[in-house]
Design a protein around this ligand. Structure first.
Ligand SMILES: *[C@@H]1O[C@H](CO)[C@@H](O)[C@H](O)[C@H]1NC(C)=O
Ligand SMILES: *[C@@H]1O[C@H](CO)[C@@H](O)[C@H](O)[C@H]1NC(C)=O
Length: 364
């Protein structure tokens, strides 16, 4: 079931990766290799990963506020876009106090709807922790701000997004109206429940609040036909399901309960969801945050993940919440802070809020 990850990187990193164990396709006896796609010197935290409409990339937002594009081994990383118009003359070095001026792009997603491979309409949507919801065209540059508040309350900590092109909607999360990203730990520790799930209408340009009173809403991903979305509520260690179609439209229920902090969620081509579980391998006092009332009525689902073994740093669930695979960190350093898992072209691209590289696991 589990396989040791083979290593094909610098000797220094061998030790790190050797500790990583993968069983993301438990029924498949495939040989796997792990690599590290290192960022340019001095930057870190490729929290979210995206590929454009021509399959180029990955693109990643990093600690100094830039969105970089990987152009292959010969050209390496190049600057693609920035979210802040205030970077001029500022020292954007990734230090937390520079984030408000420099921006910190978190959620990234290209609008693949244009279907054609024409690069003229492939917009990149960006959830920036300090600059709200933005978009930038295929040539990059300074992104234009689409939304900076919702129902009159400023977006304080925009975090993740997904796009329903057919219905011209972008769903996104604002993790807190009180705490900015630099002090996110306070939001968790204080049991802050001011987070919101939001919808941006691409036609009317209006922002609607779908859910509020959330404890650190984080990753969000639509189901294949957009009949629902799932959203990580990091503060309660839960995945919520929010209906967008059918009789339960605009109601929430519990999709899964975890034992670690969920971060970003990415849907696979098969319609499954990879849920990254960022940090907190240590024992968590989860009781503090469960069972408290909130603004919406939640019904308990039937799904309970079997946390019997291993060191899960990401879990793959199908549309009904059944476990399809998991990424086991093997108690090593390499996968100690996984923020996102993007399954693309037979590979797992692994984002992190702290590492200076994108992890890459090849299922070959
Ligand atoms: C935008 O939302 C506001 C209030 O939610 C509403 O009054 C207005 O009609 C909406 N505008 C459009 C173009 O839908
Ligand atoms: C969406 O897909 C699910 C199966 O994944 C199906 O049960 C449901 O009826 C579909 N809903 C719509 C509105 O097409």
């Amino acid at each position: 079931m589990k396989k040791r990850v083979a290593v094909c990187c610098s000797p220094l990193l061998v030790a790190l990766w050797a500790a990583a164990v993968v069983c993301w396709a438990p029924l498949l006896e495939a040989s796997m290799e792990a690599e590290e796609l290192h960022l340019p010197g001095g930057v870190y935290g490729p929290e979210s990963i995206a590929f454009d409409c021509r399959g180029e990339g990955p693109y990643a937002g990093v600690s100094d506020g830039r969105i970089l594009k990987w152009k292959g081994p010969a050209l390496g990383w190049t600057l693609f876009a920035v979210t802040s118009p205030n970077r001029e003359g500022k020292e954007c070095n990734g230090e937390p106090e520079t984030e408000p001026a420099c921006g910190r792009p978190l959620g990234l997603k290209f609008d693949h709807s244009s279907s054609s491979s024409s690069s003229s309409s492939c917009e990149l949507y960006i959830a920036d922790a300090y600059y709200g919801l933005l978009a930038v065209g295929p040539h990059g540059g300074l992104a234009r701000q689409l939304a900076s508040s919702a129902h009159g309350v400023p977006l304080r900590f925009t975090n993740a997004l997904d796009i329903d092109s057919q219905n011209a909607a972008v769903y996104f999360t604002d993790s807190s109206t009180l705490f900015q990203r630099r002090v996110w730990v306070s939001s968790i520790m204080k049991g802050d429940k001011t987070g919101r799930l939001l919808k941006y209408d691409l036609r009317t340009k209006n922002v609607t609040v779908l859910l509020n009173g959330l404890a650190f809403p984080n990753g969000v991903a639509l189901s294949t036909n957009s009949s629902f979305l799932i959203m990580a509520e990091t503060g309660t260690l839960r995945i919520l399901k929010f209906w967008l179609k059918g009789p339960k439209t605009h109601t929430a229920e519990i999709f899964a309960e975890l034992e670690r902090f969920p971060d970003n969620i990415k849907r696979t081509n098969n319609g499954d969801f990879w849920i990254a579980m960022n940090t907190a391998r240590g024992k968590l006092e989860t009781q503090t945050w469960t069972g408290e009332s909130r603004g919406v009525t939640l019904q308990h689902g039937e799904v309970k993940i079997p946390w019997l073994r291993g060191d899960p740093v990401a879990v793959k669930l199908d549309e009904r919440g059944a476990v399809k695979g998991m990424l086991d960190g093997g108690d090593g350093q390499a996968l100690e802070s996984v923020s996102e898992v993007e399954e693309s072209r037979g590979r797992l691209w692994i984002g992190s809020a702290v590492k200076p590289y994108i992890g890459l696991i090849i299922n070959g």
